[in-house]
Design a protein around this ligand. Structure first.
Ligand SMILES: Cc1cc2nc3c(=O)[nH]c(=O)nc-3n(C[C@H](O)[C@H](O)[C@H](O)COP(=O)(O)OP(=O)(O)OC[C@H]3O[C@@H](n4cnc5c(N)ncnc54)[C@H](O)[C@@H]3O)c2cc1C
Ligand SMILES: *[C@@H]1O[C@H](CO)[C@@H](O)[C@H](O)[C@H]1NC(C)=O
Ligand SMILES: *[C@@H]1O[C@H](CO)[C@@H](O)[C@H](O)[C@H]1NC(C)=O
Ligand SMILES: *[C@@H]1O[C@H](CO)[C@@H](O)[C@H](O)[C@H]1NC(C)=O
Ligand SMILES: *[C@@H]1O[C@H](CO)[C@@H](O)[C@H](O)[C@H]1NC(C)=O
Length: 505
């Protein structure tokens, strides 16, 4: 029998529970936020602005603070009228966010040229490529057995799992910690890689000492200015960075940042953020109170402050890099004082001194990339011939006269060292970076959520620092901010996404 009373009672109960839901202390959160601040206009901050606009819609005001040039660690230097990549240079073919940005922004992305590479140990080359492909293959087999082949399989397996992030993010899933994100991709195995060195990870997987000490070390030194004592995860990312098919953006990688900033319709505020303070304000709309973050910054017109509903911090919070003071937070925001690795990039237009690298007859010298292994005698991490970011020509043959070499070293090069490396040189340009974390596993990533609506993107750098990692973290933080704001907690930290999304398709 149908009892009308029961029906309307149910309706009343439903209405009552809806009202309770709406008034549960978060009434303001039903509206879109008014203002969002992003601190830093590197690839992390500018891609965050882009993803925030996608999620929160056209009405929210997004301010991006930048102390220096848009691009941050994506920057070019000028040498004799041409621009060269001085920071983040190459992008992996499977870095899907970077690929998407370039396409969306109408930029073009030529492949990097691959010249011939040698590994120098301070006395001689322990391995040298030749222009004959088959001979290289035989030499690799002779020196390292099946290690190189096994390495590409090992890296591919890790990359396969890593690629799950794109699926999760396409479905809007977010993670509240960098460790949580890694766990969702590769389980305990990925987390374990943060706890051990790439040396330990690869030894356990059966790679030979010789292979690790020569090939793996030289790749770590060129990409991260550190040896095989960096964590296993960043080590694997670094090895993927030695794959073929790497590319960079015509005109400079930083064009992605300026393009994203423009596409996001965010406002760029040139200035240095000095402090962030939590404030409570009366809300005109509801009469209740709202929590806001007051961002104080120094610009050419002096000190100024603005209040925001949400803040994304897209710069390393290392005092030597960002030095932002957090005022009146309870509990206080912790210090993230772990050091960043200093790497000096020196650009030199000159003739390399092949006899310094052990060549009796310099006319046999044909390498365009010199990698190194660990040796106290060595004062460089790597050196290689580079082409300008525009109109790359055939620049890689060192025999064709003076070339532009890019040298990475832990300290600035002295004149004496320059005179060893070059027979003659004219111009040089030097750029010193606090480049990437100084890794020392066991590694723990700082939190992403610093406060209820304040997020720290560069947490992920402690797992691995790369352009794509910053873009992934930016999308994750934009999704987190969105789900927190609209209380969609079922989109955060979900278990077994891999299995669940399999059946969903
Ligand atoms: C020499 C070198 C080589 C590299 N090679 C590669 C590579 O080949 N491939 C790759 O994928 N990655 C590479 N990387 C790493 C890559 O460049 C970085 O991981 C990535 O660019 C970091 O981007 P981000 O936006 O997170 O940080 P950043 O680019 O550092 O951006 C942070 C921004 O915040 C600004 N800022 C800081 N403090 C404040 C403040 N208080 N107020 C306002 N603004 C502030 C800074 O000026 C900066 O512009 C390399 C890095 C270096 C240095
Ligand atoms: C990593 O090491 C930390 C301690 O440094 C430990 O708490 C954690 O359980 C370890 N995780 C894994 C997956 O080994
Ligand atoms: C702000 O910048 C000016 C000029 O660059 C500098 O003199 C001043 O000390 C800065 N103020 C603060 C509080 O950092
Ligand atoms: C950071 O800023 C504080 C004040 O805002 C200042 O006292 C301190 O010297 C700064 N530290 C560095 C490393 O610049
Ligand atoms: C070149 O290298 C050799 C061997 O190390 C060294 O003796 C010489 O001084 C270097 N410089 C020049 C300009 O030849």
């Amino acid at each position: 029998m149908w009892v009308p009373w029961t029906g309307s009672a149910r309706l009343l109960l439903l209405l009552a529970s809806m009202c309770r839901g709406l008034s549960s202390g978060s009434q303001e959160l039903r509206y879109p936020p008014n203002r969002i601040a992003v601190i830093g206009a590197g690839i992390g901050g500018t891609s965050a602005a882009y993803f925030l606009r996608q999620k929160f819609g056209k009405d929210v005001l997004i301010d991006v603070f930048e102390r220096g040039a848009v691009g941050g660690r994506l920057a070019t230097v000028n040498l004799e009228g041409e621009d060269y990549e001085a920071g983040g240079a190459v992008i992996h073919p499977l870095n899907l966010h970077m690929k998407h940005f370039v396409k969306e922004l109408g930029l073009s992305a030529p492949k990097s040229q691959g010249g011939l590479m040698g590994i120098y140990n301070g006395d001689e080359f322990v391995f040298e490529e030749s222009s004959w492909y088959i001979w290289n293959f035989v030499k690799l087999l002779w020196h390292y057995g099946l290690n190189p082949l096994r390495m590409s399989m090992w890296v591919e397996e890790i990359l396969d799992k890593f690629m799950r992030i794109y699926r999760y993010q396409a479905h809007d899933y977010a993670f509240s910690s960098s460790e949580g994100l890694l766990h969702a991709l590769g389980g305990a195995e990925f987390l374990h890689m943060l706890n051990q060195t790439i040396d330990e990870s690869m030894q356990k997987s059966g790679f030979s000492h010789k292979f690790i000490n020569e090939i793996v070390t030289s790749v770590m030194r060129v990409n991260y200015g550190q040896g095989t004592n960096i964590n296993g995860f960043v080590g694997a990312v670094s090895l993927a960075g030695a794959d073929s098919g790497l590319w960079s953006v015509e005109g400079g990688n930083k064009l992605v940042c300026t393009g994203l900033l423009y596409a996001s319709k965010a406002q760029l505020i040139p200035g240095t953020v000095i402090s962030i303070e939590e404030k409570t304000r009366q809300n005109g709309r509801s009469g209740g109170s709202v929590k806001l973050y007051e961002v104080t910054y120094n610009s050419t017109s002096g000190l100024a402050s603005d209040a925001y509903n949400i803040v994304l911090i897209a710069t390393p919070l290392n005092r030597k890099i960002a030095n932002i003071t957090f005022l009146n937070f309870k509990p206080p925001i912790p210090e993230f004082s772990k050091p960043y690795q200093e790497t000096v990039a020196t650009f030199v237009h000159g003739h390399i001194n092949a006899s310094f690298f052990g060549y009796q007859d310099p006319s046999y010298f044909h390498l365009s990339g010199i990698f190194t292994i660990e040796d106290p005698k060595l004062f460089i991490n790597s050196m290689g011939i580079v082409g300008p970011v525009k109109d790359r020509k055939d620049v890689l043959n060192p025999l064709l006269g003076p070339r532009v070499w890019k040298i990475f070293s832990p300290q600035p090069l002295t004149t004496e060292q320059m005179n060893f490396l070059f027979l003659s040189y004219d111009t040089t340009t030097v750029k010193t970076w606090l480049a990437y974390p100084h890794y020392s596993p066991p590694e723990k990533c700082p939190p992403i959520i610093l406060h209820s609506r304040m997020y720290y993107l560069n947490s992920i750098e402690w797992a691995a620092s790369a352009m794509e990692m910053s873009a992934i973290s930016a999308k994750n933080a934009a999704l987190l901010a969105y789900h927190h704001w609209y209380e969609k907690m079922d989109m955060i930290d979900q278990e077994d996404l891999h299995e669940r999304l399999k059946t969903e398709l």
